[in-house]
Design a binder for this molecule. Structure first.
Ligand code: HEC
Length: 270
């Protein structure tokens, strides 16, 4: 895949006027976020146009079909873009706007844990972007009910599951791939543990197909949770409390990085 060619084509097709509009929407959104509070959920439309009005309508999707889409899209957009595309391309058909205006391909940058930095695995980031659009952010509280933790729930599941769990109908790589548990939502840790267990290097077809299958697994899990939420049956599998319990944002298994010597954060003065 030639990413540069892809963008050149897209840009020339889209034209400059629409492009400028998207930038304005983004700036307005940021301004309302920075001004504090969550008013962007209620009167955002006035500030930013249709795409700034949350949450967006959701129609239940077939998890298996979504996983297949995600698997194939990985080979075009990598992990994060592929998760977003697998869900939003279907909602573009079933719902239309504002999904049609969402720039799916722009999220190709989530590859390699964001521009190759191995931070969050793009499939987790993509899942959070999708659930955020459909339900709203975790910090919005009761307005979004407990569904707002679907993104966090996916990261917990990702960390604890021996991945990849999803095997595509017609995988590009036919050899059986080992599964590993990352104990982390991070790209670097997840890919690194898998490479150590499998012996395959980063550029191998096997590692690439492993990540495509992890992406498909996450898309499956995400849509499964969204469907349950739509039916009013979604259940959070664990409470998140690092800030409350430790005074710092984090994944919960501190020992995975700190060993038994976990530092304590400064506490607010009483
Ligand atoms: C993904 C790996 C990772 C995880 C998981 C993690 N940390 Fe850290 N943490 C680090 C790194 C790296 C630093 C930088 C300082 C260092 O080298 O220890 C750090 C720094 C800190 C600091 C700043 C003070 C200091 O000594 O550097 C605190 C406090 C801290 N971590 C607490 C926690 C707690 C509590 C948890 C679990 C709720 C946690 N961390 C989970 C990697 C991690």
């Amino acid at each position: 895949m030639d990413v540069k060619k892809m963008f050149d084509e897209k840009l020339s097709r889209r034209g400059l006027i629409k492009g400028a509009g998207m930038v304005a929407v983004g700036a307005a959104g940021m301004a309302s976020l920075k001004s504090g509070g969550l008013d962007f959920l209620s009167n955002a439309e006035a500030k930013g146009g249709a795409t700034e009005k949350w949450p967006w309508p959701y129609e239940k999707l077939d998890p298996e079909k979504t996983a297949e889409l995600a698997y194939n899209e990985w080979y075009r957009l990598f992990c994060g873009g592929a998760v977003i595309s697998s869900v939003f391309s279907q909602l573009r058909e079933k719902v239309g706007e504002p999904y049609k205006s969402f720039p799916i391909d722009a999220y190709v940058f989530l590859e390699g844990g964001i521009a190759g930095w191995g931070t969050i695995c793009g499939s987790n980031a993509g899942a959070n972007i999708v659930s955020n659009m459909i339900i709203g952010p975790r910090i919005a509280g009761p307005e979004c009910e407990n569904g707002a933790v679907i993104g966090a729930n996916v990261m917990k599941w990702y960390s604890e599951t021996s991945l990849p769990v999803y095997t595509p109908e017609d995988p590009r790589v036919k050899t059986e791939l080992v599964r590993t548990t990352s104990d982390s939502p991070l790209c670097h840790v997840s890919v690194g543990k898998w490479m150590k267990a499998s012996g395959y290097p980063i550029g191998s077809p096997e590692r690439r197909d492993r990540c495509a299958r992890v992406t498909a697994s996450v898309a499956y899990k995400l849509v499964n949770d969204l469907n349950a939420w739509k039916d009013g049956k979604f259940k959070e599998t664990a409470a998140w409390g690092p800030v409350k319990d430790f005074g710092i944002t984090s994944q919960q298994n501190c020992m995975d990085c700190h060993g038994s010597n976990i530092p304590s954060a400064p506490q607010a003065k009483k």
